[in-house]
Design a protein around this ligand. Structure first.
Ligand code: B3K
Ligand code: ZN
Length: 868
């Protein structure tokens, strides 16, 4: 497979003004008739081009132009293209193809999930449904007819409004849907099934009534409330904060069990992975509730940032994804604690996105080339892309940013545009030159900022010096300096913020040079700097903190994010020291800092719960030059146990303080914080082998009225030394929940993510379990994915067995579902982080995948780039 390049972009030779589709769905396959009103694109640079359509695994049964069969010499099908020569400037093309949704295991195009038909077309799945110009800058009006057996598929859905429906012969029926908005084909969707529908209503700010519908399989009928509530909140929020109203009379959400990603923003007909939308308190954790709210919002927000204004080409993916992730993060911050939301996002960014930026698949937010676009739905495009938009927001301020987004939406409504178009709107409304800033879109890699400081008591001057650099990444050895908004504050000896030259207590510096200094005058005594407040830019920060400074910031920083981060840094320094000097003593300063946190009932309890969690093994690995996984695991475990032991009384008090009566169950911020705190305390206590805590966990496990508390107790048991109780709880949990897929996925993850329950033999046993199905991405992720990404001591087992196992699974999966295979292989691509022996074993596993026969383009791209 060959890469394609952004620099080769050409406007399409033809445009599709209207698309009429007719689906006849049967048990052995489906017939798709398409009638396209085509005309030459006046902006094309080739006025005599043949018509070239994309198509994959289609059986072409007939082709007509303006009602006349096309001669065999005039068209040809080669590879993934249908070429029709000597076509008029304007015409109607009708094709008829036969496809096999039942045999579609890659879950792209039209496929069957459980008993229903559904689609996934982004990025290039529509070509698996019919011959089409499958690119986002070709936008068309769609009219879709669906015919199917009425008893098996009583519900027939597509985008837009239903304009006709009726009964046919032989027990079949039909529905016709029309979408009044032009859209690229990646936003097309179809669903046919026997589904329960829960309805609701939203009245828009201009007074229009929108019917909201959530379609689920009947067994999930009682899991719709939260999705619909989240949807209504999102619709109201987008009106309030961005002035964006919904634009159709009906908005539908469908839940399907087999889905490659979280969800998809198809126009008016969002399709969701069941695990990202179905919820009820007994089966869904607080995290689950929050995740669902965020994903429902994300897909809904795409209606403007993605659908009304879409991408010119797939290199611009972050135009819609980065912006929409930024929007959903703002929304989640508004719905709960903004500091906690920021902590969660930065944790993902620093742990996983920084690792991606430093790995073989490293690419800019706007990639310059790709082999398979599915591989570029990445943390870089999504999360770093959102950070880039966030920095624009910081540079402009909320008001100008809103003017910029208004301009963007009105100027480009109905068009397919680029990240440059987006930035140009922001420049235009603010008068700020973002030329240098745009390097964030073009240069890959995580910038490093080294900060040094100097206080001169004689002149009472305090000088901060910043040096920025960015490591080389594939195809980009030299980097130019970034424009970095760097937020700082200074604390005096009492922990108060010092007033800064801008009159405020936080100031955003514009770092644009390789090296820059800033001098503060009239500073009474050596201050403690609070650097990169709110994580104002996605950079690695280096500064030589003392443990005392960190402890000080932990209790005094007025920036909540930096309070948390100081605690993380303190724990990191402590653990890194233990790793390098071999000592196993946890210094008193860490214990005292944690004691203070546990006893703090004043601060936002959600933040306190975050501050109590030690940095993950993954993050410690990310920070290491050469990571010794077993040692990192050992040191982190010991630190946890010692903290648990030293703070036993405080943890017990914290647990008891946060016990809630079962009837008080609610999913609001304070209740969630209390549950998190109590379960965190329980887990820390149980790790130390505390018998009283064991009883608490067993009681809580039995009596829990909600999944957060039940699985909180179970997780504490799973991570504890109490082997029998652990095994018993795991098996009774399965007995209780075996009929619920979403819970079974959590049950799988809990076991595969932990070395006590997820050694390789146990993983293989889980894969033999009746509930496991390698064709179902959620199950595959919760067993194999969680093993390789979270159960690090087992995955990196000394004999290389974890690597071999993963390679086997990836090879097997590639034949079924390339997207999932190519995602699952990621941990092997990170070989540069580990010892030479491990590197050898990991590369060997990659070699074996590469040489194992015909690879999908997805897997080929990742594996071959990882072996360079
Ligand atoms: N836009 C979809 C992702 C589609 C992935 C295709 N391989 C989900 C989202 O970001 O909202
Ligand atoms: Zn998205």
């Amino acid at each position: 497979p060959q890469p394609i390049y952004l620099r080769d972009y050409r406007p399409p030779a033809f445009l599709v003004d209207h698309t009429e589709l007719e689906f006849d769905l049967y048990e052995e396959g489906a017939q798709v008739v398409s009638r396209l009103k085509l005309r030459r694109n006046p902006d094309s640079d080739n006025a005599r081009a043949s018509l070239v359509l994309d198509g994959v695994e289609l059986e072409l049964r007939s082709i007509m132009i303006d009602g006349v069969e096309v001669d065999a010499e005039r068209y040809s099908v080669e590879g993934e293209h249908l070429e029709v020569r000597d076509v008029p400037d304007e015409f109607e093309l009708e094709t008829q193809v036969w496809i096999k949704p039942q045999e579609n295991t890659c879950l792209e195009g039209l496929y069957k999930s459980s008993t229903m038909f559904c689609t996934q077309c982004e990025a290039e799945g529509f070509r698996r449904i019919t011959y089409y110009i499958d690119r986002p800058d070709v936008m068309s009006l769609f009219r879709t007819t669906i015919r199917a057996d009425q008893s098996l598929y009583p519900v027939l859905l597509s985008n837009g409004n239903e304009v006709e429906a009726g009964v046919l012969e032989d027990g079949r029926h039909f529905a016709v849907w029309e979408d009044p908005h032009r859209k690229p084909c990646y936003l097309f969707a179809l669903v046919a099934g026997d589904l329960h529908c829960q309805k609701d209503v939203f009245v828009t700010s201009s007074g229009r009534e929108v019917e909201l519908r959530m379609y689920v399989e009947h067994r999930n009928a009682n899991k719709c409330d939260h999705g619909l509530i989240s949807l209504k909140k999102s619709m109201a929020w987008d009106e309030d904060v961005y002035g964006r109203e919904y634009d159709l009379d009906v908005f539908m959400i469908v839940a399907v069990d087999d889905f490659n990603m979280g969800a998809m923003e198809n126009k008016g007909l969002n399709i969701f992975n069941s695990s990202c939308v179905l919820a009820k308190p007994e089966t869904t954790t607080d995290n689950g509730y929050q995740r669902i709210e965020a994903i429902v919002a994300h897909e809904y927000f795409h209606n403007w940032s993605g659908n009304r204004v879409t991408c010119r080409d797939w290199f611009q993916l972050s135009l819609k994804e980065g912006f929409t992730v930024f929007r959903d993060a703002q929304f989640s911050a508004d719905m709960g604690s903004d500091t906690v939301k920021r902590i969660e996002d930065v944790t993902v960014l620093r742990t996983a996105q920084f690792a991606e930026d430093a790995g073989p698949m490293s690419h800019p937010v706007r990639p310059a080339s790709f082999i398979e676009i599915s591989n570029f739905y990445t943390l870089t495009v999504y999360e770093k892309g959102a950070e880039v938009v966030r920095m624009i927001h910081t540079l402009l301020g909320a008001e100008k940013f809103r003017q910029g987004s208004d301009l963007y939406f009105s100027r480009f409504d109905g068009q397919a545009v680029t990240t440059d178009d987006f930035v140009a709107c922001m420049e235009e409304v603010s008068g700020i030159d973002l030329t240098q800033f745009k390097r964030w879109y073009e240069q890959a890699g995580t910038p490093v900022i080294r900060v040094t400081d100097f206080y001169d008591p004689d002149t009472r001057e305090y000088r901060l010096t910043f040096r920025q650099s960015c490591p080389a990444t594939p195809q980009q050895t030299e980097k130019l300096p970034f424009h970095i908004p760097f937020a700082i504050g200074l604390l005096d000896a009492s922990g108060q913020d010092i007033a800064l030259p801008n009159g405020a207590t936080t100031q955003v510096l514009h770092l644009t040079e390789p090296e820059q200094s800033l001098v503060f005058q009239n500073i009474e005594a050596q201050p403690v700097p609070s650097l990169l407040r709110g994580f104002s830019a996605p950079v690695r920060l280096e500064y030589n903190w003392s443990l005392e400074q960190l402890k000080f910031l932990m209790s005094h920083d007025s920036d909540g994010f930096n309070r948390w981060d100081a605690g993380q840094k303190l724990a990191i320094v402590v653990m890194q020291n233990m790793i390098s000097d071999g000592s196993r003593d946890v210094p008193e300063i860490l214990i005292e800092a944690y004691r203070k946190v546990i006893n703090d009932t004043e601060t936002d309890q959600a933040l306190i719960a975050k501050m109590l969690s030690l940095p993950t093994e993954q993050y410690l690995i990310e920070l290491a030059d050469e990571a010794d996984v077993q040692l990192i695991h050992q040191v982190r475990e010991i630190t946890q146990e010692k903290l648990g032991g030293a703070l036993r009384e405080e943890l017990k008090a914290c647990f008891q303080r946060n016990v809630q009566s079962s009837e008080a169950y609610a999913v609001d911020a304070l209740s969630i914080a209390k549950r998190t705190l109590r379960n965190t305390a329980l887990q820390m206590l149980l790790k130390t082998g505390d018998e009283e805590a064991l009883q608490w966990a067993l009681d809580q496990f039995q009596a829990a009225s909600n999944m957060t508390d039940q699985i909180g107790a179970l997780a504490a048991l799973v991570h504890s030394p109490f082997e029998n109780d652990r095994a018993q709880a795991l098996s009774s949990f399965y007995d209780q929940w075996q009929s619920d897929n979403q819970v079974v996925e959590q049950w799988f993850s809990l076991q595969s993510g932990n070395p006590k329950t997820g050694h390789l033999q146990a993983i293989k046993a889980l894969m033999q379990h009746a509930a496991f199905d390698i064709r179902n991405p959620n199950k595959t992720r919760s067993v194999i994915g969680v093993f390789a990404n979270q159960n690090l001591t087992c995955f990196h087992a000394e004999d290389g067995s974890g690597y071999e196992f993963l390679a086997d699974q990836v090879i097997q999966l590639d034949a079924l579902n390339p997207q999932i295979a190519s995602r699952l292989v990621t941990p092997l691509t990170r070989w540069r982080k580990y010892s030479e022996v491990r590197q050898g074993q990991m590369k060997l596993a990659l070699q074996r995948i590469k040489s194992g026969g015909k690879l999908s383009p997805d897997l080929f791209e990742v594996v071959s780039k990882s072996l360079v």
